[in-house]
Ligand binder design. Sequence first.
Ligand code: FNR
Length: 341
Amino acid sequence: MSRAERKMDHIQFALSTGQSKKNMFNDIRFVHQALPNSAVSNRCIKPKTGDLNLESPVFINAMTGGGGRATQQLNSLLARVARETGMAMAVGSQMAALKDSNERQSYTVVRRENPNGILFGNLGSEATVQQAQDAVEMIEANALQIHLNVVQELTMPEGDRDFRGALERIQAIAEKLDVPVIVKETGFGISRETAEKLKGSAVSVIDVSGFGGTNFSLIENERRRIKMAYFDDWGIPTAAAIVEVKSVFDKTVFASGGIQNAQDMIKAFMLGADAVGLAGAFLKTAMQEGEKQLIDDIHALYEDLAMMMTALGANNLVDLQKCPAVITGELAQYLIARGFN
Ligand code: FNR
């Protein structure tokens, strides 16, 4: 199977059978405040993200590139949506373009469409410092995402089988690169133990990218004759992954993994996330309803955030961390079992 076919398979299955719905945000309930002393007009949804200086608290997470014209068109659409809504945007893994320069267009199009926007490059943890520098230069990236995807690789028949030395390579990249490094999972979540390992490095941001949205085990199992079903329900649900990472990592934390709407976002901010990334949900709207609808949806999302913040009495995203919420069900059990009280 060619790379272009594999990229299109990923998009196809992400839209159909490749989603799970257990990010555990449903186990969080807001506590209504009848005297919030707030006004919609005073809400500030600009996040605090240090060097990255994001305008919007929502960003388009890494998806694609390197699959010929189809992925170029998708990236170009997403880049225009990012431009119109002030969101940052990540491209998919750029390794394809580092190995085959014919694929560069499908990535560089995002900078052409959005010359002043915030763009994240993307590579796996097998990358060298030189490859990381080349990926940043290719799209004039403002930051580089390094993705961790052990389960995806293991479920891919043609995937990697050796993950040794990843932390050392990430550390070297984060030290040498001129732009911030974001370490992200790809839908299975980052644990306290993993965040602890990254804590001492020059990595600026962890994106927890937890379980409960796009599920690469389901996606890859669709492509396999002999299934590896034991990975289908494997990861750390996103709500739990935010708590895991926040408990040890005191720099910027992004949340992603199954985030669908403004309610999920408010819950992620309450747990301490500084910004949220969406891949699957944006892909679905882009492919099924088009560019204009996606732009309209995102503007509506910003309004929903301001409405809920008003009801909760939060002036900004950091205030949300002080708002009371009740955690029940599986999330409560998970947090107790892991010693987060
Ligand atoms: C992804 N994701 C991803 N991540 C990454 O770091 N590099 C990549 O190349 C890709 N490729 C990719 C393709 C497609 C089609 C999808 C849907 C997703 C993972 C993505 O950035 C995110 O971490 C997960 O999808 C979880 O978020 P959602 O989709 O549940 O919002």
